[in-house]
Design a protein around this ligand. Sequence first.
Ligand code: UDP
Length: 458
Amino acid sequence: MKRQPHALVIPYPAQGHVAPLMKLALQIASHGVKVTFANTESTHAKIKASLPENVEEAHLISFVSLPDGMEPDDDRTDWVKLNDSIHRTMPGYLEDFILKVNGSNANQKFTCVVADTSVGWALELAKKAGLQAVAVWPAGGPCLALALHIPQLLEAGIIDTDGTVLKDEAISVSKDVPAWTSTEIGWGFPDPVFQQLFFGFYTIFPQYYKFHDWFLCNSIYELDSAALQLVPNVLPIGPLLASNHLATFAGNLWPQDSTCLQWLDNQASGSVIYVAFGSSTTVDSQQLHELALGLELTGQPFLWVIRSDLMNDGSLAKLPEGFINRVSNRAKFVEWAPQEEVLAHPSVACFMSHCGWNSTMEGLTMGVPFLCWPYLADQFCNRNYICDVWRIGLGLRKDEHGVITRNEISSKIKTLLSSQDIKANAMHVKEVARKSLHESGGSSCRNFNNFIQHIKST
Ligand code: UDP
């Protein structure tokens, strides 16, 4: 008798990884494949707290948790410690879990493992257990091409084994992909400990590359072909969106404040600046003040996501004196927004973003022009794509003190909102992204359907 297909989905425990893997998991479940979504215990608790009530009953999905190897009270915002613990302890927990499930009821057995490339060891475990191994790169083609290019960079003496760039030259993977400067390379940090952490995110995948049967990435071939062509076997299936499947859950680790949607309903069409910097970007108080005063200077309505951990000194965001009163009739603040729905709202004019890959895919699919404020990792490369390749946004520039000033913010917003070229490009890119999802021959849809047919039949 043929076994019922059952996918075990394993994200890396960070918002920008859990969200796309959750969207993929729900998309897989909506095609009749049973899914078990395995989070670390602390991520599991957050997901459960923000999950709509009937997701597990209404969809073929269930949620389980595995220990991350840390003590209950340990600080999980210490990424270096968490990352180290995960890689040391989770392979053992995962192997035991797979053996336990597959040794019990024949109908429950996992038939494939769908794993984030940042937990590449899960692919090796899948092969060891005789299961299909599906690797998922939750980001874009350029950084994927860069990751696979690391052995050549090492061999050519361009970087050392810590990822430090040794030559004063831009790093290029192809003439058609914007090159990386040494300070904007995806793992470049002044702090060597952080550099090692981020370099590890890039080197782990080539290490486990040989263990995949399928290799998916959250991108769109027509928008990312120069880089994707450099990556053998990769299947772009993006944009991964909550709205691609019947569920609306976007894999958020925080409860979203939907009051901003009603607020948007009351704003003029194409008038609102949406300001959100993802899940972990932080600012200092001087930069916070310049941002607030820059938004005030524009005279436009704005919706600003101010997370409780936005400040880099651990304090609560303290806005300039009198600011809230002065902007109260045209501003809305939330701690966490339903971002996809916000970006799809007709009142939104532009997206001031840190250019995380998920935010980039969501914004471009909704046709929203970007104001780019990258902080780290792949965000600089994503900014280059937004501003120079797709030409759907403008970048903010720091002054000689490393601050993005209120004048820079307000003048760039004015330029952005008055650019007909950027608006037209954003509409074009939106069309391309939407087309890739069409049932009738869209490239991402075709790739996903091939993949799903295969995992259903093995
Ligand atoms: N997000 C959200 N509400 C917010 C801010 C962000 O739902 O108020 C979501 C956003 O839609 C995206 C994810 O959080 O899917 C952030 O991922 P991204 O790769 O953009 O940035 P990261 O958090 O990894 O830096």
